[in-house]
Design a binder for this molecule. Structure first.
Ligand code: F7E
Length: 367
């Protein structure tokens, strides 16, 4: 009798386990990509656990409010927050253990937290290596010991490339990291390969070399948002100049939600592989300012001023992706919106925001 009851109970547990939604942990709750992929995962009925570093700038209620609509639309989805300092091995290990204790398993882990400002990394070299590189080791070691079935995505970066004078960049090209940020990311990517290929771990883990990407969650210290936001302020008479380091840079820029879709697709493959993700077209700094100021019928030459203090000691000039592998194996589609439309959507959002309104995030999957 007791055996039958126990058997039934076990069967029920197994059934519940299999039927419950996928569980994903996403690091870096304050960042653009973490917010963007959380929208995507919630729309797929995931239970998402967003991690954040406890500091004075984190507003739990504000972050949760971003996802209210997703949770209402997808009542099976769930959102949870978890404190985790990725630069500390004890904190990473403790967070993984407490998530496993509370939620029983982790199906997918998205390592997106980083010190992501390339310019700033020259001032905080060691911290950049630790958060952008060594933290990957902390997570993979914790998974190896406590959750070896978890699938992990790590956000590598086109900054590994170091700039290319001509041609495009694919998965086989040599890296030439030119900033502490990129050196950290290179280390993180090497840890991924190590834990995937080494026989005593054999984890399902991979990285994406995402070229520049942005949306309205981009923070204003990155050049694209600095441009669209300041142009909007100038159009509203709230500002009268935009200070930049220079305009001699060219970037291959896609809308962040599309890059996040590629991350998710990478973790659905049968075998883990690394991918380059980018549109395959590059735009010079002058085109960025021309389109943004042009959107408000302004001439950028009347407002843009240059300041050498905003230049980097080591500049990455031109970046352009060859994402054919992602297109073939992930079915990832580049250039779903034009660069002009990309800038326009950010300008429109910033105009409303600076005008005291509460603009909604463009959902590019519904355009
Ligand atoms: O700079 C130049 C700057 O800081 C773009 C990060 O997400 O993408 C991003 O890195 C370009 C650079 O982004 C200013 O020197 C001129 O050439 O917007 P950014 P980034 O360095 O391309 C990659 C893929 C990542 O992985 C990174 O995490 O613009 N630039 N004047 C300026 N940049 C800034 N921020 N501010 C200026 O005033």
């Amino acid at each position: 009798m007791i055996t039958t009851i126990l058997m039934n109970f076990l069967e029920m547990m197994i059934q519940n386990y299999n039927m419950s939604n996928n569980i994903a942990v996403v690091t870096g709750a304050n960042g653009m990509d973490a917010k963007s992929i959380t929208h995507l995962l919630l729309s797929k009925d995931y239970k998402v656990i967003l991690t954040y570093r406890r500091n004075t700038y984190f507003d739990e209620e504000k972050i949760k409010a971003l996802f209210n609509e997703d949770l209402l639309k997808h009542p099976k989805s769930e959102l949870h927050l978890q404190v985790c300092d990725i630069s500390c091995q004890n904190s990473v290990n403790g967070s993984i253990l407490s998530i496993l204790k509370e939620h029983s398993r982790i199906d997918e882990l998205y390592l997106l937290a980083a010190n992501s400002h390339v310019g700033e990394s020259f001032k905080n070299k060691e911290l950049s290596i630790q958060t952008n590189g060594q933290s990957v080791y902390y997570f993979l070691e914790a998974l190896k010991n406590h959750s070896p079935k978890t699938r992990t995505y790590f956000a590598a970066t086109s900054e590994l490339v170091g700039g290319i004078e001509s041609g495009t960049f694919n998965e086989d090209c040599l890296w030439n990291p030119r900033s502490p940020y990129a050196i950290g990311k290179a280390l993180g990517a090497r840890w991924i390969n190590f834990y995937r290929d080494s026989l005593d771990s054999n984890l399902f883990c991979c990285y994406g070399i995402l070229f520049n990407h942005s949306n309205v969650y981009r923070s204003k210290d990155f050049v694209i948002r600095k441009i669209t936001n300041t142009a909007a302020k100038i159009a509203l008479g709230k500002n009268n100049e935009l200070k930049l380091g220079h305009l001699e840079w060219a970037r291959d820029e896609h809308w962040s939600d599309f890059g996040c879709e590629a991350m998710w697709k990478m973790l659905q493959l049968d075998e883990p592989e690394n991918f380059v993700v980018g549109n395959g077209e590059t735009h010079w700094g002058e085109e960025y300012v021309d389109l943004a100021f042009g959107h408000f019928n302004l001439k950028w030459q009347d407002y843009v001023k240059f300041d050498d203090k905003l230049k980097r000691p080591n500049e990455v000039v031109r970046l352009i992706a060859d994402s054919r592998k992602a297109q073939e194996k992930l079915g990832w589609i580049p250039n779903r919106i034009t660069f002009k439309k990309h800038i326009k959507m950010m300008c429109e959002y910033d105009y409303q925001l600076e005008n005291g309104l509460t603009p909604s995030r463009p959902n590019v999957f519904e355009l």
